[in-house]
Design a protein around this ligand. Structure first.
Ligand code: ADP
Ligand code: ZN
Length: 825
């Protein structure tokens, strides 16, 4: 018996190491046959079972002949791809991300590929309600479709039972491609299936003489004859004929066409049309102005020495126009361009501008796109299709399978949204893009009017090249910034609600001129705090350690952390008096005040409450562009690269909350935010105006904003960072523990603090509780490791990993979530 088993083992001499899409540090080894080994390549997917009965789509990392020593390799279920869906370069990039950000390759795999590539036995599948085209389904596919009519959702496991077989992933893949199904993550956006149905003659009738034959065959079915006649008419145009067109032109219902298909006169077929299409002509690039020409030359010069160059250009200096010149050049060499934007939804404008120049060479990668759309972009990039020469998207776009990248542009490189905080991998897309660029030997252009301190530092240290663009296009002057002291205004009773008389005056002047206004308030909702004036109690979220925010339009209290919501109570939950009052203010309240102050003008609001859905932003941006809206009030979304040419005034209603935020970057951020919002004013012809209301007009950051002194802000912040040991001098690793049990978290964090202090001494900060110390019923505690300039980051992480492993070996600590965040800012 024993020798027989040994023999079997000898036969199985081919193995593959795979990445499983789960947060497990290691890769796993499976056995394959010789034929499978010959067929498989790194970057293809295989279905494997793992654990008791779970099935996963695993990714092949390498193929070899070394059996694992610790366990017996299982066989794979089947191969899922014909050719690799992930490139070797990508895998190198993933490996860097996994090692730099201390996360598993599985985490990266999961984040990197569209969820449709990750089907597993527990994946929940839904029916696409708008799919009706059952003719295109095979019998087996139809069984699944039918099962989903009876039950609105099924796991792959259940589907395997329906079909009475194990290997269901390929068929599910096909159904997703045909838009029959979608997977759970996709429910926020229903989409129209884009498989257009075409009609052609059945193969028996494809000769030209067949018309006569058909007409006589159908002599008694008048409508069917009409269809055939119309078909032959349309056929002369030598274009594929849509079933819909045929039915419209011949004036018959779809059923009649279907009947002809059943009679085997016609047959249906499909052409995969790409969902994201640009309609229109390409236009020539704009001629650069003299300053832009100079910047362009300097960037080119800089690229000779530095692969990475920072374009520090003031708002509205025309950075985008400069980018386009580089894009064009790179396209001419046949290479791909990656254009990163902080938030895709906000940048429909840039997309439009680039499409104007580059038409169908652009693909957009959008987290709000359906899974099918994302798969399409993925495949187009992988196959280096014409339409995937320029890829535009937010942070996750760095994960696409580029084969031939020549240029990466990171627009608004200072933006926080490049950093992913949750879930793992907690990467910064700007930094990961730099590494990606190096792998491809591509050039990297970082652009901003307010560069992050760390990037500016890299540039001044000559690590990056640095090019300035100090003039607005058309020589429009930078906006004039006025600070309004609202403490004084309150005392003198010169405030109406949250508006100073001065701001109202400016607004009236601007509206008189038929110009537009943007108002910035960094909080959404009506009022962030509800408080009882009798006992001081304010309603709290039951799941999080935070007060609920009042939303007036539906009279609800909402938690902005966990989305809990309840009706606004009539009386105080603590003392019972009906003396609940609201404190502080958000965008919704401003909108209401505006309606009273300016009853004859149209007010719009842009925050995450009003921009839900795929086209939410676009609608608001378009109605502001077309000047249906006179005054637009919104949150920091307004600061991200919008270009309106009729805005003359920007008002910041309250600068103070931004300045008092407990974070080492608060001042840098406040500066960036205010300069960027201000930058929306006066972008064409006339100098814009900015009014900033504040209780502290002498705050140094406000002074620097009002004089547009980036350099001063930079120098001062840098000094603080040096003095208090923060980036860019020191590096930061943040460790977070989370658990439902407060004592457990506390014990865990204290143990961890001691263990870390033994190694890193005074460079361990904390433990501390964050400002909101409980979210979704999980208690949170943090520690921070500061890494001095000369200490090795790699060594530090090694130590940390050891301590983490020990921590996780302690039984009581095992259930605690342990989160490591490298460069946690
Ligand atoms: P930035 O990205 O630096 O904020 P933009 O590229 O958005 O600036 O340019 C601001 C505005 O000026 C845009 O409307 C743009 O079309 C216009 N513009 C910039 N450069 C030129 C140019 N060379 N010719 C014509 N218009 C330009
Ligand atoms: Zn909550």
């Amino acid at each position: 018996m024993l020798s027989f088993e040994l023999d079997l083992n000898c036969l199985a001499i081919y193995f593959i190491d795979v990445i499983l899409p789960i947060p497990i540090q290691k890769t796993f080894t499976y056995s394959v046959t010789k034929e499978e080994a010959d067929f498989l390549k790194t970057g293809m997917r295989v279905a494997v079972s793992f654990g008791k009965s779970k099935m996963y789509s695993a990714l092949v990392l390498n193929i070899h002949q070394t059996a694992p020593t610790l366990y017996e390799a299982k066989e794979i279920h089947q191969i899922l791809d014909e050719s690799p869906i992930v490139t070797e370069k990508q895998l190198k990039h993933w490996q860097w991300i996994s090692s730099y950000y201390m996360c598993s390759l599985g985490d990266v795999y999961r984040a990197a590929v569209p969820s449709a590539f990750l089907l597993e036995s527990e994946t929940i599948i839904y029916r696409n309600e708008s799919f009706t085209d059952i003719d295109i389904l095979t019998d087996e596919e139809y069984l699944i479709y039918e099962a989903l009519q009876r039950q609105s959702q099924l796991t792959l496991h259940e589907i395997a039972e329906v079909l009475d077989r194990k290997k269901v992933l390929p068929i599910i893949n096909r159904l997703i491609e045909k838009s029959v199904l979608y997977v759970k993550e996709e429910i926020y956006e229903t989409y129209k299936p884009k498989l257009v149905k075409y009609v052609r003659l059945h193969k028996d009738y494809q000769s030209d003489e067949s018309l006569q034959e058909l007409l006589s065959k159908l002599s008694r079915a008048k409508k069917q004859r009409d269809v055939v006649l119309t078909f032959f008419q349309l056929k002369t145009e030598k274009k594929p004929i849509k079933a819909k067109t045929l039915s419209e032109k011949s004036g018959v219902s779809a059923q009649i066409i279907k009947a002809l298909v059943d009679k085997e006169v016609f047959e249906f077929y499909h052409i995969q049309t790409d969902r994201v299409q640009f309609k229109g002509d390409e236009n020539p690039l704009k001629n650069l102005n003299e300053y832009q020409v100079k910047a362009l030359d300097e960037i080119e010069e800089s690229f000779k020495e530095h692969d990475i160059t920072l374009l520090h250009g003031v708002t509205s200096s025309g950075k985008t126009e400069v980018y386009t010149k580089f894009i064009k050049k790179v396209l001419e060499t046949g290479q791909q361009v990656l254009f990163l934007l902080p938030e895709i939804a906000l940048t429909t404008q840039i997309i439009k501008r680039l499409q104007n120049y580059f038409g169908n060479q652009i693909s957009v990668f959008h987290s709000k796109y359906s899974v099918n759309e994302r798969v399409e972009v993925w495949n187009n990039v992988l196959n280096n299709k014409v339409k995937a020469q320029i890829i535009l998207g937010a942070r996750s776009t760095i994960f696409l399978p580029f084969s031939n990248l020549g240029l990466i542009i990171v627009d608004e490189e200072h933006e926080v949204s490049y950093k992913q905080f949750e879930p793992s991998p907690r990467y910064n897309a700007r930094d990961a893009a730099v590494v990606l660029g190096k792998l491809h030997k591509a050039k990297i252009l970082l652009g901003s009017a307010t560069p992050s301190i760390e990037t500016k530092f890299n540039a001044t240290q000559n690590k990056y090249g640095l090019v300035h663009l100090n003039r607005r296009h058309g020589n429009v002057q930078m906006p004039k910034i006025e600070l309004i002291d609202i403490k004084q205004k309150r005392r003198k009773k010169e405030m109406v609600g949250h508006f100073s008389d001065r701001l109202i005056q400016l607004m009236n002047e601007v509206l008189e001129e038929k110009k537009q206004i943007i108002l910035f308030q960094n909080r959404r909702g009506f009022s962030p705090i509800v408080e009882c004036t009798t006992c001081g109690h304010s309603p709290q979220c039951p799941n999080c350690d935070v007060s609920l925010t009042y939303h007036k339009y539906n009279n609800q209290l909402k938690c902005h952390y966990c989305h809990y919501q309840r009706a606004m109570p009539n009386s105080c939950g603590a003392c019972g008096n009906s003396t609940l009052d609201t404190k502080g203010f958000g965008t919704e309240q401003i909108e209401l005040e505006l309606k009273e102050l300016f009853p004859n003008h149209n007010i719009g609001r842009m925050d995450s409450d009003t921009t839900k859905g795929k086209f939410g932003y676009q609608k608001i941006i378009e109605s502001f562009e077309s000047q249906e809206i006179d005054i637009l009030v919104g949150t920091q979304m307004l600061s991200k690269g919008l270009d309106f040419n009729n805005v003359l005034l920007v008002g910041i209603l309250s600068a103070d909350t931004m300045l008092n935020y407990p974070d080492f970057r608060a001042h840098e951020r406040a500066f960036q935010l205010m300069v960027q919002v201000s930058g929306r004013a006066g972008r064409s012809q006339k100098q814009g105006m900015v009014a900033i209301q504040t209780y502290n007009p002498y705050h140094q950051i406000l002074q620097q904003v009002s004089t547009n002194s980036y350099g001063e802000m930079y120098a001062e912040q840098l000094q603080d960072r040096w003095q208090y040991h923060y980036p860019p001098y020191y590096r930061l690793i943040k460790i977070t523990l989370k658990h439902r049990d407060y004592t457990k978290v506390n014990e865990g964090i204290n143990w961890l603090a001691r263990a870390l202090q033994n190694v890193f001494f005074e460079n361990v900060l904390g433990p501390t509780a964050p400002a909101v110390s409980r979210v979704r019923n999980q208690y949170i505690k943090n520690l921070m490791i500061k890494i001095p300039p000369k200490q090795s980051l790699a060594k530090t992480k090694e130590h940390l990993q050891k301590i983490k492993t020990t921590f996780e070996a302690v039984k009581e600590f095992r259930p605690i979530r342990f989160i490591v965040d490298i460069d946690a800012y």
